[in-house]
Design a protein around this ligand. Structure first.
Ligand code: NAP
Ligand code: ZN
Length: 350
């Protein structure tokens, strides 16, 4: 067994604290990685605090992982020791269902294995994530990252990047489209950058007027303060697509009415409590769609990483020490992140 040191929450109420645990030794198809950086996703906070009512404690969160390969199994072909690689939200899937066959492992019909808080199918127990010094992952779920980009700022692409790239691609966003991004947090700021790079006219909706100037710098063409009814009314019936990243329950109708006929709003935020039910009339009278989307498959994650390297896209990050993770969670709850915390894992040894 491999000994790991990380940070875990022991109950829904407790702060994250140092935790020593064991992972499997790398098998023939596994890669062992020394973690350099791990992004802090709002899903980590939802899970640490059991907001989705499925957390197994102690939980070691973290699914935006960048690290260096330190050991490979005898059958590993794509990776070498010393290489810098990425790991996202999944570490395994059944590899035999129709969704896996299409490269859509996130919709695996037998349930994908999450990077943390999922069943560890090799040694039993649960999987532990990236707030730790190392991880062992099947080579199929390890990603190549470009040496041209800052590795710390690439880490958030592994979840925030793919979760926004995948729906933007699926709904074929591009030139000539008016696209809304709701919320300028970790996901939202990646959505703005990627939609802009795809050639869309991007409108950022925020509840934080102080973020407007940043949004324009990041690639938004317009910024709308979503609490201002007059500003919202100027955009009625005008959007082809809206990507909603908000992590809290809110009135979806305020955005549905901004869609054109046949327009789609896709939800990626997963708040603890439900949104108020949207109006059926708003859907019916303009044949609008309300949809959802879950991260992205491994093939598409690699495509996203390559797209970001080509367009020089990384996340705007604030680097933190792991000892400051609990403060970072409190700031995330106040929408006070510019625009993703990334843990420098060297701090774990300090
Ligand atoms: P985040 O960094 O906290 O960003 C969320 C943003 O939502 C905030 O910065 C804020 O933006 C806005 N917001 C927060 N509270 C709000 C409220 N009460 N009303 C309106 N806007 C509010 O979180 P994140 O890491 O981007 O994650 C966002 C959500 O996506 C989380 O629920 C997370 O679990 C989920 N997620 C889903 C997937 C998936 O596959 N579907 C993947 C990853 C994460 P403004 O200040 O600009 O208003
Ligand atoms: Zn995430």
């Amino acid at each position: 067994m491999l000994t790991s040191l990380g940070y875990a929450a022991k109950t829904a109420e407790s702060a994250l604290a140092p935790y020593t645990f064991e992972r499997r030794d790398p098998g023939a198809h596994d890669v062992q990685i020394e973690i350099m950086y791990c992004g802090v996703c709002h899903s980590d906070l939802h899970t640490a605090r059991n907001e989705w009512h499925s957390t197994v404690y102690p939980v070691v969160p973290g699914h935006e992982i960048i690290g260096r390969v330190t050991r490979i199994g005898s059958h590993v072909k794509q990776f070498k020791e010393g290489q810098v690689v990425g790991v996202g939200c999944m570490v395994d899937s059944c590899q035999s269902c129709a969704s896996c066959a299409e490269g859509l492992e996130q919709y695996c019909e037998n349930g994908f294995t999450g990077t943390y808080n999922a069943e560890e199918k090799h040694i039993g127990g649960v999987t532990y994530g990236g707030y730790a010094n190392n991880i062992v992952v099947s080579e199929k779920f390890v990603l190549h990252v470009s040496g041209k980009l800052d590795p710390a700022a690439v880490a958030p692409l592994l979840c925030a990047g793919i979760t926004t790239y995948s729906p933007l691609r699926h709904w074929k966003v591009g030139k000539g489209h008016k696209v809304g991004i709701v919320g300028l947090g970790g996901l939202g700021h990646m959505g703005v950058k990627i939609a802009h790079a795809m050639g869309a006219h991007v409108v950022l909706f925020t509840t934080s007027p102080g973020k407007a100037a940043d949004a324009l710098k990041l690639g938004a063409d317009e910024v709308v303060i979503s609490k201002d009814a007059e500003q919202m009314a100027q955009h009625l019936n005008s959007f082809d697509f809206i990507l909603n990243t908000v992590a809290a329950p809110h009135d979806l109708d305020a955005f549905m009415v901004l869609l054109k006929r046949d327009g789609t709003m896709t939800l990626v935020g997963v708040p603890e409590l439900p949104h108020p039910s949207p109006s059926v009339g708003n859907l019916i009278f303009k044949r609008r769609h309300l949809a959802g989307s879950l991260i992205g498959g491994i093939k598409e994650t690699q495509e996203m990483l390559d797209f970001c390297a080509e367009h020089d896209i990384t996340s705007e990050i604030e680097m933190i020490k792991i000892q400051d993770i609990n403060i970072a969670y409190e700031r995330m709850l106040k929408s006070d992140v510019k625009y993703r915390f990334v843990i420098d894992m060297a701090s774990l040894a300090a």
